[in-house]
Write a protein that binds this ligand. Structure first.
Ligand SMILES: [Zn+2]
Ligand SMILES: [Zn+2]
Ligand SMILES: [Zn+2]
Length: 491
């Protein structure tokens, strides 16, 4: 990032929240407020041979670093780009004889960069690593013990010939990683694959109903075809009109929780009390807790019972899901829906959670018709709760659209794919791989819809051919746990 690009924002001291960033000019929905490469980033331990260590794309075939046999890259471009940051890591791994965990690797990468550039302000950064918050003073006993273990492992790994840092400084770095580590995802946005530090992003305060969103872009190194070679980076994007002087905010957590639960989660993970308007006024809490109205209004006890049953079932579902027993997940969802339907309102989050899991798992099992019914209800609920340009909403509508397409519900499917495309143009931007996938789906489903309207027989013929071509992808395996927040903190 050049200094010039950072003229779009300004650091200021926000009342009660400490430092913040405000807009220095006007922005509109979908504008990139700033883009920022990682100060340092690492691939998760479990994925080190499946994901490129430079661009964090998941690839079928990766090339291994011949020296340490640990680092993996897409190609020579990614390997070359990595060398400055991998050089010391490479020889330290060889000398140490084993690879330390992701936390230690990230701390070491940060320290080597500090050794190279100092801990003060570096180019394009509005805040230095030294100046980032670490919240070590808020750590509980368990976190303190983990910190001691991390510091010790770090000292074992850190080479004697590198610059030596004091215990307090090393603790600061681990504290920074703990509260500011940003989760990186693969190019399809399907899986969390690593963690990185983006100092400018750390300055953006939280709001449950934010005016910006942050998206990870793995970059593009197909320089031959596209002229521009872009590195992996995060982009802060405007969700609507932002006036000069307005504070920029992102949401650190998913909005789909009532205000009291969001506040609890923020306090536990990020150590602050949310005072945003939505929390203070409990905006949308009524929708998220909705129960059936009118003649068949359930008693408070009936509501309590169903909510407890839902919570218990969700636990069982997560267990079955993590073990990959998807037919059990489906059975639990159907049972739960039967109990919920006479009692809970259409926007109740416990109902929406079950609908979301049911549609995702049924799609994976290729039971598309039932999946589409649940997906439709989920989308209708989400549209009433989420900000119209929320990224999670966009992704959910996209999945629902694909499910409808698979269920031969071409009209509804095409409508959802268009809706998702409009949201992702804002939240992800037109060059993001997911948006590009959606664009292909939009064109294809539009063509099919036209054919369907003209000649149903031809449409079904063509569909057979299309299914053989597999242009619209089959559903990915459902992940066991949705990511719980923007930053990669411990639970
Ligand atoms: Zn790569
Ligand atoms: Zn190496
Ligand atoms: Zn809030």
């Amino acid at each position: 990032m050049t200094q010039g690009e950072m003229e779009t924002v300004e650091v200021f001291t926000s009342e009660g929240k400490g430092r913040g960033l405000k807009a220095a000019k006007e922005f509109w929905a979908g504008d990139v407020i700033f883009a920022e490469p990682a100060y340092a980033a690492v691939v998760f331990d479990s994925l080190t041979s499946l994901v490129c260590h430079t661009c964090f794309k998941r690839q079928e075939k990766l090339h291994r670093c011949g020296q340490c046999k640990f680092a993996h890259y897409c190609d020579r471009t990614c390997q070359k780009d990595a060398w400055l940051n991998h050089k010391h890591e490479c020889s330290a791994i060889k000398a140490h004889g084993k690879v330390p965990n992701e936390n230690i690797r990230l701390a070491a990468r940060i320290m080597w960069r500090i050794e190279r550039e100092g801990g003060g302000l570096t180019e394009g950064c509005l805040v230095s690593i030294d100046d980032l918050q670490n919240h070590v003073e808020n750590f509980g006993e368990e976190e303190k013990t983990e910190l001691r273990v991390d510091v010790e492992s770090f000292l074992n790994f850190w080479p004697a010939q590198s610059q030596q840092f004091g215990m307090q400084y090393i603790s600061h770095i681990f504290g920074v990683i703990n509260c500011n580590g940003f989760t990186l995802s693969d190019q399809r946005g399907l899986q969390a694959v690593g963690v990185g530090i983006f100092p400018n992003l750390c300055l953006v305060n939280h709001d449950c109903w934010p005016n910006s969103t942050v998206i990870f872009n793995n970059g593009n190194h197909e320089a031959v075809r596209s002229m521009f070679h872009t590195q992996m980076r995060i982009e802060l994007r405007a969700l609507g009109k932002i006036s000069p002087g307005e504070e920029l905010t992102v949401s650190y957590i998913d909005f789909l929780n009532v205000s009291s639960e969001r506040r609890q989660q923020l306090k536990k993970q990020y150590y602050f009390d949310c005072t945003c308007e939505h929390c203070q006024k409990g905006i949308k809490d009524d929708l998220m807790l909705a129960v059936k109205e009118g003649e068949n209004k359930p008693s408070p006890d009936a509501v309590k019972d169903v909510l407890q049953f839902s919570k218990d079932t969700l636990e069982k579902i997560n267990q079955a899901r993590s073990e990959g027993i998807y037919h059990e997940v489906v059975k639990l969802c159907r049972e739960c829906l039967k109990k919920q339907e006479p009692v809970l309102g259409d926007t109740n989050i416990y109902l929406l959670r079950i609908l979301s899991i049911a549609s995702e798992v049924l799609s994976y099992l290729q039971m598309f018709e039932e999946a589409a019914g649940y997906a439709k209800r989920m989308v209708d609920g989400y549209l009433k709760i989420y900000h119209p340009n929320n990224a999670q909403l966009g992704m959910a509508v996209m999945r629902a659209g694909v499910t409808h397409w698979h269920a031969s519900l071409i009209e509804a499917g095409h409508g959802m794919i268009c809706k998702a495309y409009a949201i992702l143009l804002v939240t992800h931007g037109p060059t993001h791989p997911i948006t590009k996938d959606l664009e292909v789906m939009r064109v294809q489903s539009e063509m099919e819809l036209r054919m369907f309207q003209q000649n149903e027989f031809m449409y079904y013929k063509m569909r057979e051919a299309a299914l053989q071509n597999q242009k619209i992808q089959v559903m990915p395996e459902p992940t066991s746990e949705a990511s719980s927040g923007l930053f990669h903190t411990k639970q």
